[in-house]
Write a protein that binds this ligand. Structure first.
Ligand code: C2G
Length: 466
């Protein structure tokens, strides 16, 4: 098949995860359309950006497998949206071929070459293979609040997970929740839930988290627990030790920790790009409506409800133990703290976490370094935009990272992959980060917290807090 004696180039694209018969048949037929087959294999980042999480084979493995078919004359990496338009022109492809599951989606490429949709092979897919070879994690949800609804919507985006059952303090509410979300079973109590699942997501009231996590781990069930995970460093360490002893996964559900932009931000800050870090200021506020659970003592309040986010940022960015912490707080009539600033002194830096449920403030994250600064505008806890600033403005950078949907999918994907890989710890949110966060919340609640209308300030030495 030659046109003016020039080889006819065909181009096709895919992830080619766990390369299977469907992929092979596609490649064979694509190759048969011309003389030279170019295969674009998606980069991990490209797949993450388009919401394809839990791809099992690394890019290198996927490329090697495509190469081993002997069908590809050339392999390229697909890394950005719109790349197909450029590739077709750059490589002089005469035909673009893709499976019929994409029918109509790539018609716009007809401006550059012939577009061919090849019948997709029925009965085989990477998703199915991932489920068969790696198993399905049966997950239960303990809690029926609004976060649980958001969780369900995001969990559907993560492969290898089946929502099995739900339990809540009100059995009728649990039944309604199950029906609304297509979950097979509503359990009468938490014990019943644990009996039939591999893993549980805890999103009930704050004061129940510790006991529920402990009970789950003692029953051999993996735990993903909403923040605040526990209300003291001791409880946090106890649970991590228990999970390790039982060979189970325990993860705190602070979504920021797993969001791709935040992970890149932390790595950037710690790379020395802005010099030695001298200060981290992080703010998170959320006005609570009258009657909201955040306003109910003794487990509501700005620190208990919200401090996990800024404390996570401080823990990850400074990554060492502070010498002292002090709390300045305004109380609300309801008897909880409404606006609180937590100030830290580190050996060579200072930091502040500002949280409020009774006042509003711009929610930003600012990192000051000896050579520049990093500014992350609200909502920094769903990191997308990162501004790196220098005295010489020609060096300034504005970085942008993807953030898909509600973001919960990233923490769910991490949880599922830890279970599958038998990976006990995640560098994204370490046991020491959880213990630090819980320790500070516990200190505020136990000794440092002043809920008076007059600002109270107390400095607590933290030498032993770690
Ligand atoms: N395929 C097939 N039969 C199957 C499974 C997949 O023919 N049972 C085809 C797909 O239609 C696609 C190729 O194999 O043409 C690669 O499939 P995936 O690895 O699932 O990649 P995909 O997400 O379809 O990537 O830019 C990326 C591409 O747009 C498509």
């Amino acid at each position: 098949m030659k046109e003016n004696d020039k080889p006819v180039k065909v181009i096709t694209y895919g992830t080619f995860d766990l390369l299977h018969e469907g992929h092979l048949r596609l490649l064979r037929r694509a190759k048969a359309l011309g003389d030279h087959l170019i295969v674009g294999v998606t980069s991990d980042q490209f797949d993450a950006n388009r919401g394809k999480l839990n791809v099992r084979d690394s890019l290198m493995v996927r490329i090697s497998k495509v190469q081993a078919t002997g069908l590809a004359d050339e392999i390229i990496i697909e890394d950005y949206d719109g790349q197909k338009v450029n590739d077709i022109q750059q490589y002089g492809a005469a035909i673009f071929a893709i499976g019929s599951d994409w029918e109509g989606k790539f018609d716009y490429l007809a401006d550059y070459c012939r577009v061919v949709y090849l019948e997709r092979t029925a009965g085989v897919s990477s998703t199915q293979l991932r489920a068969e070879t790696l198993g399905i994690t049966r997950l239960g949800i303990a809690g029926t609040g609004s976060i649980a609804d958001r969780f369900v919507a995001e969990a559907l985006r993560v492969s290898g997970l089946e929502l099995e059952a739900v339990a809540g303090s009100d059995p009728q509410q649990a039944r309604t929740f199950a029906e609304r979300n297509g979950i097979p079973r509503a359990c009468a109590d938490y014990g019943d839930l644990l009996a039939t699942v591999d893993a549980v997501y805890l999103c009930g009231p704050n004061e129940q988290h510790f006991e529920q996590a402990k009970q789950a781990l003692e029953s051999g069930v993996h735990v993903l627990c909403e923040k605040p995970f526990t209300l003291s460093a001791e409880e946090s360490c106890y649970l991590y030790a228990l999970a390790e002893e039982r060979g189970l996964v325990l993860l705190e559900a602070i979504k920021t920790a797993y969001c791709p932009g935040f992970i890149r931000l932390v790595a950037l800050a710690r790379s020395g790009v802005i010099g030695r870090i001298q200060c981290v200021d992080a703010t998170f506020t959320k006005l609570a409506l009258p009657g909201a659970p955040e306003l109910a003592p003794p487990y509501g309040g700005s620190v208990t409800e919200l401090a996990s986010y800024p404390l996570l940022a401080i823990s990850k960015i400074l990554d060492c133990a502070p010498d002292t912490v002090s709390f300045d707080s305004f109380g609300l009539d309801e008897g909880v703290d409404g606006f609180t600033r937590i100030s830290f002194r580190y050996p060579s830096a200072i930091a502040s976490a500002t949280v409020a449920i009774g006042a509003k403030s711009e929610g930003h994250l600012n990192i000051s370094g000896t050579g520049g600064s990093i500014y992350v505008p609200a909502p920094w806890w769903k990191t997308t935009d990162v501004l790196v600033r220098f005295e010489d403005p020609s060096r300034n950078q504005e970085l942008r990272f993807p953030y898909a949907g509600d973001g919960l999918r990233y923490e769910i994907a991490e949880f599922v992959s830890m279970i599958r890989d038998g990976r006990g710890a995640s560098y994204k949110l370490r046991a020491k980060d959880s213990a630090f966060i819980a320790g500070i919340i516990g200190r505020f609640r136990g000794s440092g917290g002043r809920f008076d209308v007059v600002p109270g300030s107390v400095t607590v030495p933290l030498a032993a807090a770690g």
